[in-house]
Design a protein around this ligand. Structure first.
Ligand code: SAH
Ligand code: SF4
Ligand code: F3S
Length: 474
């Protein structure tokens, strides 16, 4: 599943190649832009929309920021550390102004939305601040900034979904792609800044999603991940009289029907919203991956209430049971926060035990970071000492390590279907791919005439850390 938490700079290996969405040959552009993305998959996906808008306006991508006329950093506010990382990076990127004093620096994304024009005051060399719903106005903002004005647009929209914009795949292996299906979030988890930075939830036109997925398949892509903060609340109705509405389960089905060779993933599911209809759809189609990211956040009902997650420990456990009964081979992953306001040792033990109960194959784990303006920041004291938060987080990480290892051991001896994503990191003699359950598998090419994007049946013989090792069979 796309890593919703790491703040790594994206691999820029393909950024030097600028492609127009409408022609298949590289084209030449008058000016160059450089973009770095932080945060969740939504941000990486948005950068591909920004790239498309810039291409249309005469900017081609470069992977070298020192030769760029426009340097953009697509930012994340989810935890304080995420913002610090961006600030450090901004200081570094300013070096470009020494080489090219005319270069413009723009901050995009969630930090732009959270801090607005304050960013221009704090970070003196920033020329543009552009929120996640304002990317269509980038060309005008670039003009304003070129004229020496400070350009800001952080207006949030109730409608914008960029449905008609064909994203430019910036960092692509040509096999996996993200496709946004909703934007914003209407939940109010008390710890979370996203509703403030991304605005109200809205769904994208179903036909535009299907067109984008079909186009990806035609171009050789073999896996799409449907993205939203809460995909299960996807709901589309084009407003015309008599027009049928489309639920998330129906959307999943329509994407799955594009081709049995196209794998379909999605992220993220809020436990309160994932329906039996969705679970039955996953079970029905072999190409809908048997993997659900179902963030629990905490195993304690009291803490879940303070977090405003709207489910109890028991309710979540029943949802896990339901998933396993409808899709027995489904893997489940989670997001977990250690040390939320007032968390006791007993609450923490509840988190460890719900992890065991759910048997998570992976988790993304954090300690609580108070975000200004959120419900939790206004209502509750951030009262768990840092050393306690970190110790609890370590225990959570160790529990996950044990669970992931147990899950991998269960795969030994099984034959799994793997979508080949490319060479393994360590050797060009080995392929790397993933199972439907999102597990990484490495296996020798061993004289078989296979390519990236092909499926292989692989028997698992062993595992190391997070990787299954196997050999092609049949
Ligand atoms: N929409 C998704 C993910 C949102 S952000 C969902 O609802 O699951 C990804 C994860 O970051 C969250 O699931 C949560 O575990 C973590 N997170 C969000 N705010 C945080 C905060 N203030 N401190 C620590 N972790 C946080
Ligand atoms: Fe944040 Fe909750 Fe919305 Fe996820 S569902 S983005 S955690 S408010
Ligand atoms: Fe970060 Fe914004 Fe995503 S705060 S996690 S980039 S929605």
């Amino acid at each position: 599943m796309p890593d919703l938490i790491t703040h790594t700079k994206q691999d820029e290996s393909r950024q030097g190649e600028a492609y127009s969405p409408f022609v298949h040959e590289p084209v030449t552009y008058g000016k160059k832009f450089y973009i770095e993305s932080y945060g969740c998959a939504m941000n990486f996906s948005d950068s591909e929309i920004v790239a498309s808008i810039l291409n249309e306006n005469g900017f081609g991508a470069t992977k070298n920021f020192e030769e760029a006329d426009l340097i953009l950093i697509n930012t994340c506010s989810i935890r304080e550390k995420a913002e610090q990382t961006v600030r450090h990076r901004l200081q570094y990127l300013r070096g470009a102004k020494e080489v090219n004093p005319g270069a413009l620096i723009g901050v995009l994304g969630c930090m732009a939305e959270r801090l607005k024009s304050k960013l221009l005051e704090e970070e003196k060399l920033v020329d543009m601040v552009v929120g996640p719903d304002a990317y269509r106005t980038l060309p005008g903002l670039i003009e304003e900034a070129t004229d020496g004005q400070k350009a800001v647009n952080v207006l949030l929209s109730r409608e914008e979904t960029y449905a008609d914009i064909a994203p430019i795949r910036l960092n692509s292996n040509g096999i996996n792609a993200f496709v946004s299906i909703t934007r914003g979030c209407n939940n109010m988890c008390s710890f979370c800044v996203v509703p403030f930075t991304r605005g109200r939830e809205r769904s994208r036109d179903t036909d535009s999603i299907i067109r984008e997925c079909q186009d990806l398949f035609d171009k050789g892509y073999r896996e799409v991940t449907l993205l939203g903060q809460n995909v299960d609340s996807y709901y589309w109705n084009n407003g015309q009289q008599g027009a049928e509405s489309v639920t998330f389960a129906q959307l999943l089905e329509r994407v799955a029907l594009i081709s049995p060779l196209l794998r379909v993933r999605f992220s993220t599911s809020h436990p309160k919203d994932i329906t039996d209809e969705v679970l039955h759809t996953i079970a029905k189609y072999e190409n809908i991956c048997k993997y659900i990211h179902l963030p629990v956040q905490s195993g304690s009902t009291r803490i879940l209430q303070l977090m405003n997650r709207t489910y109890t420990r028991e309710w979540y456990m029943a949802k896990v049971d339901r998933i396993k009964s409808i899709i027995p081979d489904c893997s489940i992953s989670s997001d977990i926060i250690a040390g939320f306001c007032t968390e006791t040792e007993e609450d923490h033990q509840d988190t460890l035990s719900i992890m065991e109960y759910s048997g998570y194959d992976y988790s993304y784990m954090f300690f609580y970071s108070e975000r200004p303006g959120t419900l939790a920041a206004r209502r509750y004291a951030d009262d768990i000492p840092e050393n306690v938060k970190k110790r609890r987080l370590d225990e959570i990480i160790n529990m996950q390590r044990k669970l992931s290892h147990e899950s991998n051991l269960k795969d030994i001896g099984n034959t799994v279907k793997v979508l080949i994503e490319g060479n393994s990191k360590k050797s060009d003699d080995d392929w790397m791919g993933r199972t439907s359950q999102y597990k990484v598998v490495v296996f020798p090419k061993a004289g078989h005439a296979l390519n990236k994007g092909d499926y292989a049946m692989v028997t698992v013989d062993d595992c190391t850390g997070g990787t299954l090792l196997g050999r092609i069979v049949g």
